[in-house]
Design a protein around this ligand. Structure first.
Ligand code: ZN
Ligand code: ZN
Length: 207
């Protein structure tokens, strides 16, 4: 349905009605739908310059401003002609402040829930890690932000410990790594425990 067109044979489009420097959409509120991601976009000449080379359109899906070169708007964003869809978009645009707030709240909740699930998975991995070491799992404790400062490298995976999981091992009290490891099973600690001589530690870890 999209015929390749060049500048010279591009038919006049009354919905866009704008050459370079002219007001896009004839200077009125213009509502279009992106043919790629189907976003509903509003060009409001009272909010942004409709004569600019790069047009700023308000996204009713993402609730933020999206910028497109004029040619992209003309070729990739099609005027919403369906009356119902147009009316709904106009109403949503009028209420955009409240809708944006709601959108941001929802996004934050979704993000927080996803992070919670990831952290739960890491704690489950930590339980397996402890049990594979032959220790009895004793759960984890929440870490406060104050403990982030003592971060160092993970002995198991070598990543810096950033306390992403927000939990410490109840056995060794060290911050969990995202890989599930804690200091239980750390070579020096294991040797120290085995030897039961905490004050004699080979700092060079030659072996
Ligand atoms: Zn690790
Ligand atoms: Zn531990």
């Amino acid at each position: 349905m999209t015929k390749r067109t060049s500048r010279s044979d591009h038919p006049a489009r009354p919905d866009h009605a704008a050459g370079p420097g002219e007001a896009f959409g004839g200077g009125a509120l213009w509502i279009g739908q992106h043919t790629g991601d189907h976003d509903i976009l509003v060009l409001d000449p009272e909010e942004s310059d409709s004569t600019a080379d790069v047009l700023a359109l308000y996204s009713l899906t993402q609730h933020r401003t999206r910028r497109f070169p004029r040619a992209t708007v003309a070729n990739r964003i099609h005027l919403v002609t369906d009356e119902l869809a147009h009316t709904r978009a106009t109403e949503n645009y009028a209420q955009r402040a409240a809708l944006r707030e709601n959108h941001e709240r929802t996004s934050e909740t979704v993000r927080a829930e996803r992070l919670d699930r990831i952290r739960e998975g890491m704690i489950a991995t930590h339980q397996r890690y402890v049990e594979i070491l032959g220790l009895e799992y004793q759960g984890v404790n929440k870490t406060g932000e104050a403990k982030v400062g003592r971060a160092s490298k993970c002995h198991a995976c070598a990543l810096p410990l950033d306390d992403f999981v927000g939990a410490s091992c109840a056995i060794c009290s060290t911050v969990l790594c995202s890989c599930g490891a804690c200091s239980c099973g750390k070579p020096a600690r294991a040797r120290r425990n085995a030897a039961a001589t905490a004050d004699v530690v080979d700092a060079t870890d030659a072996e």
